[in-house]
Design a binder for this molecule. Structure first.
Ligand code: MN
Length: 147
């Protein structure tokens, strides 16, 4: 009886651990409604919780208020562009450890350098290839879990 309870407790805690990983909250900062909806649906289907912001300033505010596990940051955004929003996010003590993946519209040669300079942890190009993007998301979530 006792052994059985213990093994059930172990199973429960293992499930809780898995659920934490699966339900990681992702903040999607994207001004284009179509891209935003598509990305949200695809991420939700893979078990992520998704919160959205439609410009750089709102993205910055929601990084503070929602404490997401990771931010997907479009670069071409109104109010504050993705570079500037990321720079500010990485300057604030409360949000600087949240991993940021920049999403750029085209693989311009200077984007990797700008990405590093702004403090992004990784970047990917649009149109998004979801399997590749999820690979990058999971790598960063694993890394922040180990810290
Ligand atoms: Mn955009």
């Amino acid at each position: 009886m006792r052994a059985r309870q213990t093994s059930r407790a172990k199973q429960t805690s293992r499930l809780a651990g898995a659920a934490t990983l699966i339900m990681a909250k992702i903040l999607v900062v994207e001004d284009n409604e179509m891209n935003r909806d598509m990305l949200t649906r695809r991420l939700q289907r893979r078990g992520y919780e998704v919160v959205i912001a439609v410009d750089g300033a709102e993205g910055l505010a929601m990084a503070q208020s929602e404490s997401p596990a990771l931010v997907l940051m479009d670069i071409s955004l109104p109010v504050l562009d993705g570079w500037e929003a990321t720079r500010r996010l990485k300057m604030a003590p409360e949000t600087k450890s949240i991993p940021v993946i920049a999403l750029t519209a085209h693989a311009m040669s200077g984007d990797r350098e700008r990405c590093i300079e702004a403090g992004c942890d990784d970047f990917d190009t649009k149109p998004v290839e979801i399997a590749r993007l999820v690979g990058k998301i999971e790598a960063l979530l694993q890394r922040s879990k180990m810290q």
